[in-house]
Design a protein around this ligand. Structure first.
Ligand SMILES: [Zn+2]
Length: 284
């Protein structure tokens, strides 16, 4: 099917009360097997790339491959560039073919975040590109203060002002979530999610979706979060699949056969996340 717009996927998810898995790819296989899982589950998925990895693999290779596989898929597949921390990275992502880009000004003072996000949204509009922004600061799961100190969380009234002034298409929020491996179990602020959902006209995004207890992920879906970023756990699933020496490829000392052999484990991991994020059993 034609390449889906990320924001159309997210609006559909918001209306139909399911969460979309947004998996961070880092090899061809991590795109291919995620799309296969979404096709088997008959729900949309988002493939995203962290631009900090550009030194390893150029943005344009990723966008080209991901968009080509997306167009051949039987379900809507969005292609998105993750955390772009300044104007240049975000616009380079557009130049390199990403139809959806995150600009992350959350480490900046509020007015500077507004100005950066607004300028990226205006430039992106020329090309019809969707823009995700962040307000509140989603920090590191290795830092207890980042996880538990609600001073870092998204302020609801400020979020209303931010969305109005920037025109961003979706918003990543800080509600007790954090990036990477959590050193303590997170405790999402559902009252805040509920208030954000009630007051904002755009889809909400949860970063740091790895290792959050299942019941909290499902409650976040039920309270109206729509995009769930899964990077750390997907990376780990790939590692665990590779080190499983039962694969025939490993026994034959064949790297190529190993990459083919991890298919079942990778597809099954993504399917488990898709099912978790679909408590009301939506299907296309
Ligand atoms: Zn993030």
């Amino acid at each position: 099917m034609p390449l889906a717009k990320v924001n159309d996927i997210l609006k559909h998810a918001t209306e139909n009360k399911y969460g979309v898995a947004a998996v961070n790819m880092f090899t061809f296989e991590t795109i291919k097997y995620a799309i296969q899982a979404a096709e088997e589950e008959k729900v949309p998925i988002i493939i995203q790339y962290f631009p900090g990895l550009e030194g390893h693999m150029a943005n344009k290779y990723v966008s080209y491959i991901a968009k080509d596989l997306a167009e051949k898929a039987s379900v809507p597949v969005g292609v998105h560039l993750d955390h772009s921390r300044n104007f240049e990275i975000a616009v380079a992502g557009i130049r390199d073919g990403f139809p959806s880009v995150m600009v992350d000004g959350s480490a900046l003072p509020y007015e500077e975040n507004v100005a950066l996000t607004k300028s990226v949204v205006e430039t992106a509009a020329v090309f019809g590109i969707d823009i995700e922004a962040e307000l509140g600061h989603v920090g590191s799961g290795a830092n207890i203060d980042d996880i538990q100190n609600s001073d870092h969380y998204t302020n609801v009234d400020q979020a209303v002002d931010f969305v109005q002034r920037t025109g961003c298409h979706s918003l990543a929020v800080a509600v007790g979530n954090a990036h990477g491996t959590y050193i303590v179990t997170p405790n999402l602020d559902f009252d805040r999610i509920k208030a954000l959902r009630a007051k904002l006209p755009i889809p909400l995004v949860l970063h740091g979706g790895s290792d959050i207890p299942d019941w909290q992920m499902q409650e976040a879906v039920n309270q109206g979060m729509s995009k769930f970023n899964i990077a750390t756990e997907y990376d780990r699933a790939f590692f665990n699949a590779l080190k499983d020496t039962d694969y025939a490829g490993a026994q034959r000392a064949s790297g190529r056969a190993v990459m083919v052999g991890i298919e079942e484990a990778m597809v099954s991991f993504v399917k488990s996340k898709i099912r978790l994020l679909n408590p009301n059993k939506f299907s296309l």
